[in-house]
Design a protein around this ligand. Structure first.
Ligand code: TRP
Ligand code: ZN
Length: 488
């Protein structure tokens, strides 16, 4: 089934409109119990019960019931060093990924997620390791068993033409997408594996170093900040970037191509990096200014900005959507209005700094970012959040009432319910607990789970604790029932 993702500009709302016609079903994912329990449902390193492999073999998935083969068991990655060269003409991506990890069990064999490419060599602790390919799993046999809690380093040398994930239900094409002048890299939910071997699940966040070599004249843009000026020799330029704050694999990017760049510092003191494809040169100054202004504003509403720089990139790849790549949202083939910039920048707090532990809880990202659009509208004299709420609630026949946003489903992950009904849930909460408790809660949430992972149950627990109210029935109606809630 093919789904359309499109942008609606009414009230500056970014909407992902699902064309999936399936009736809702409970699926394999069950509703968590609520009522004040802060349980995340699972062991600390894993979002659920991982698929088993025997003895000292790491599981092929990290334990997300909706995405059973995403991520891997047996280890936790702390840092990636990606040294990659990309040639837009041949579309050849080549280089190495060095992965610093810690074993969480005795480990003699483990997987990395990798889609496509020819792997020429794998080393573990500097010694050559045997490896095999099984679908999108790169199975590595350690030269000798790694004991539980021991740190280890894996290096994978690989090359090939990236093959992004295509047509998977309403997810469209994602991952490393070659463009005429470079690459457009947006990997949510599990497209990191289309450009580097990884533990490709948001429950294993890590820091990143990027060393990206491209033909002279091409700019390579990754997350975080440049740690040295670009170096050119022999017709090639190498860009080095570092993201020093933990990042989910789907938020990593190496967007390359011809770009005009503007850098500076926001009025509030946050470094800003904005870049536009030549086709969008006219939008560079607005992108820069709005990004700076909105980042500063969100810092007053959501708490201190969690990263070391903010920014945005407009590429000419006609995706029609944007992704909240950490520190640098990427806009695909359109000039974003302030509402969409507000959405992507709100994700820096909700999704990027505080990340989901399992995809079922995606409303914690999209519901909050959509609600942020409503807050931005209200802040700038447009429709108020209350008006946005009433407007969306009035649509009795909307398909979002049949989809429970607290149970986002792998085959329809980005359903409009996860966005709009998720935002409605937040506004219903605000109505119930009042502005003071609501905005205190938002700041407490971003501070408590900064750089980490969280679940819906943890949000419910914090909301109850902050407000002193029993909110079980409210969240149950707004997040877990396939019906339109009644207004209390
Ligand atoms: N998270 C994005 C947003 O709401 C939308 C999105 C979902 C996306 N999957 C994607 C964007 C894959 C790019 C690629 O802004
Ligand atoms: Zn979003």
């Amino acid at each position: 089934m093919m789904a359309a993702r499109r942008l609606t500009t009414t009230f500056a709302t970014l909407a992902l409109i699902s064309m999936i016609g399936c009736a809702p079903s409970e699926g394999a994912v069950t509703a968590p119990t609520h009522g004040g329990s802060a349980s995340g449902g699972g062991a600390a390193a894993s979002p659920g019960a991982p698929l088993e492999r025997s003895g000292t073999d790491g599981a092929p998935g990290i334990g997300d019931p909706a995405f059973p083969l995403d991520g891997n068991g047996g280890y936790d990655v702390g840092h990636y060093t990606l040294k990659l060269s990309y040639d837009p003409a041949s579309k050849l991506l080549a280089g190495s990924a060095q992965i610093q990890a810690t074993a969480v069990q005795n480990l003699s064999r483990f997987d990395l997620d990798l889609h496509g490419f020819t792997v020429s060599q794998v080393t573990v602790g500097g010694s050559e390791a045997r490896f095999a390919r099984e679908g999108d799993e790169l199975v590595v046999t350690a030269p000798k068993m790694i004991v539980k809690n021991a740190p280890f380093t894996v290096t994978v040398h690989y090359s090939g033409v990236p093959d992004p994930v295509r047509n998977s239900s309403n997810l469209g094409t994602y991952g490393f997408i070659p463009t005429p002048d470079g690459s457009f890299v947006t990997s949510e939910p599990d497209g990191a594996k289309t450009w580097f071997p990884s533990n490709d699940h948001p429950s294993n966040k890590a820091t990143y170093d990027f060393e990206i070599t491209v033909p002279q004249g091409v700019t390579a843009i990754a997350n975080g900040e440049q740690t040295a000026p670009p170096k050119t020799s022999g017709g090639k330029t190498t860009f080095v970037w570092r993201e020093k704050h933990p990042m989910a694999s789907y938020l990593a990017t190496m967007t390359t191509g011809k770009f005009d760049v503007r850098t500076g510092t926001s009025p509030g003191g946050i470094p800003v990096y904005a870049a536009t494809d030549p086709k969008f040169r006219d939008a560079l100054d607005t992108l820069y200014t709005k990004t700076a202004e909105i980042t500063d504003y969100w810092a007053t509403v959501f708490g201190p900005y969690p990263f070391s720089s903010t920014g945005g990139v407009i590429d000419d790849f006609n995706a029609g959507y944007a992704l909240e790549n950490q520190t640098k949202p990427l806009y695909g083939g359109f000039t974003p209005d302030a509402g969409i910039i507000a959405h992507e920048l709100a994700h820096q707090w909700f999704g990027d700094s505080v990340s989901v532990k399992r995809w079922q809880d995606l409303w914690l990202n999209e519901g909050f970012a959509t609600y942020a659009e409503w807050l931005w509208s209200e802040h700038t004299g447009g429709a108020t959040a209350e008006q946005m709420f009433r407007n969306a609630y009035a649509n009795k026949t909307s398909a979002m009432w049949t989809y429970a946003p607290g149970k986002a489903r792998s085959e329809d992950l980005f359903n409009d319910a996860v966005y709009t009904r998720g935002a409605l849930a937040l506004h219903a909460l605000r109505q119930k607990i009042g502005d003071t408790a609501f905005f205190t809660l938002l700041k407490k949430w971003t501070a408590t789970y900064k750089y980490g992972n969280a679940t819906t149950n943890q949000f419910i627990a914090m909301a109850e604790q902050t407000s002193g109210k029993n909110l079980g029935p409210l969240f149950d109606a707004w997040l877990y029932q396939p019906t339109r809630p009644t207004l209390g």
